[in-house]
Ligand binder design. Sequence first.
Ligand code: B12
Ligand code: SF4
Length: 559
Amino acid sequence: MRVLFYYRGSEHIGLESIMAYIQSKGHLVELIYEPALGDNGYIDIPALNNFFYNDELVVNKAIRFKPDLICFSAITNLYMPIKNLARKFKEIMPDIPIIVGGIHPTSLPEETISEDCFDMICLGEGEGALEDLLQKMREKRSYNDVKNLWVKDSTGHIHKNAKRPVIRPLESLPNPDKSFFAKYGALTSRIMIMTTRGCPFACTFCVNSFRNAAYSGEVYLRQRSVNNVIADMVDIKNKYKPKKFRFEDDVFAFNQKWLDEFKVAYKEKINLPFHCYVTPSTAKDSILKSLAEAGCESVSMGIQSGSEHIRMKLLHRRHSDELIIAASQRIKKYGLKLQAEYIFGFPEETPEEMWKSYELNDKLNAYNTASFIFYPYPKTALADYSIENGYLSKENYDKIKDGYGSYHTSCWLDLPYKDEVYKYNALLPVWNVTPKFLKPILKKILKMKYNWIHKFIYMATVPLIDFDEFIIRIKEMPHMIMQTRKALKNDDWNKDYKDSGIKELESDLIKKNITSKIDNIENLIPANIIAKQKLEKELKDKRRKEHFFHGKIKFDKAN
Ligand code: B12
Ligand code: SF4
């Protein structure tokens, strides 16, 4: 089958994985990518998107490819442009089924499938679902029952199929295929890679708060083996000659044993500087030491709020001030640059608490800071809390569900201190690098009524959020623009492609790995042992549930 993907704004590791997987099943894949220069969350000037290329180039390429299936991936902030393009494709190619996957349809399946332009949505991981769908399409069989998919049939009825278990082990998948994004110039000299799926934590503002809950019967968090990761990186290093790597894992270094093995192999076979994410609780001495030995040069660490009360009770992040300060000192001790991340504009947060973020940051010696405005991503525990406690109106939530705004630009909650949110968010990156003797001036600006000065400082200091990344992007942008134009005009897919139609619907690697063998063994084990095992499993599940999802927020305002 001929499968066309569309993405915008950055390379997409999930799509790279899906594209590699379905190619291994004999399908022909093509990608249309746009850099989204005009609507990337920081700026909103859509005309810029059409400056170097336009919708016509995109649509024409799609028509020329003659797809059997069109695939979109959507995070919430990209949903609007993706929906608009899907509508255009539907108008021009009404008979070609369109599927959308990613965290947005996974969070809001009812809303997404109700759009006429989408025939199917994928909830959760897409590799196995897409394989089954394409196999059924190639055999001209009904695909209404594919697990992980919601499928709209010709009568308009929606088949809401059950979810499949998570893919385990991750090594059963081929390495993500970066070549499609590479030909559009979307890879920078700091190439992204992931070794895990999922996160060991469940902060209430994060999608992991509902994803962990949705998969509470199994462990969502998985990590690729060191050998598998290193082989992938060697291949990337040879093909794309990166100067650095960026581990995009939610939390990269949480497993000491894995890290000990990794640091030796990485040093020997890759030996390039890298960046990764840690948390105040995982940034232990031994972990940081191993990271430094492997070649890590910088880490991002989410602080999120300077108020311990907000952190612990509202965000479910069990980090005391002492723990955070000690972690930052250790990071420095091992010679790693710290990027500290903060969010302003939580429900219940007062200006005094926002100021606490500045005070805490002063104790961290951060190389740079990134600050964001709280964006209530659909279905997260804190979005639910905001609705239940009157902070998020139905009208604004509807806008969020359509992907309006971003966590760089807009505060969607009805807060008494909205202007403070914008001010504190705007000035933190510059506050972090301002010498002590100049800070009183900045503090005065902070106390001023919100005005153009704050907006100007924010715009002018955006590069400070991640200066190294900013420089890389600016330097590499002309190349990316040229490459995008070229790739949109070039039809370099295999013109001799013929679908070999391999018949193996029930056979693939993923399924072999997830099939449970317990059923056969159970008959041989005495009933009392089975009962004991069942009890232990229930207890384990309960403990896991408590660890991965801390339940509803109980915030005591008085404390
Ligand atoms: C790596 C990453 C990035 C990287 C790379 C982007 C990428 N998506 O690969 C960078 C740094 C560029 C990035 C940027 C942004 N990101 Co980001 N990012 C992540 C992160 C940490 C991992 C994503 C990932 O690769 N996961 C692993 C893969 C395997 O999972 P997946 O992407 O979900 O894909 C699977 C399924 O969803 C499904 N699927 C996905 N698409 C499709 C399509 C079809 C057709 C099918 C069938 C299935 C399918 O199958 C995939 C494989 O199994 C997630 C957090 C997380 N843990 O998910 C945040 C996350 C996706 N990012 C987020 C955001 C907000 C952004 C930004 C908007 C932030 C900003 N700077 O303004 C930008 C947007 C840039 C862009 N155009 O994509 C949010 C999205 C929240 C939401 N509800 O929409 C997340 C969830 C972080 C969070 N905790 O809130 N991000
Ligand atoms: S540590 Fe918290 S915020 Fe970061 S990815 Fe995990 S759950 Fe989300």
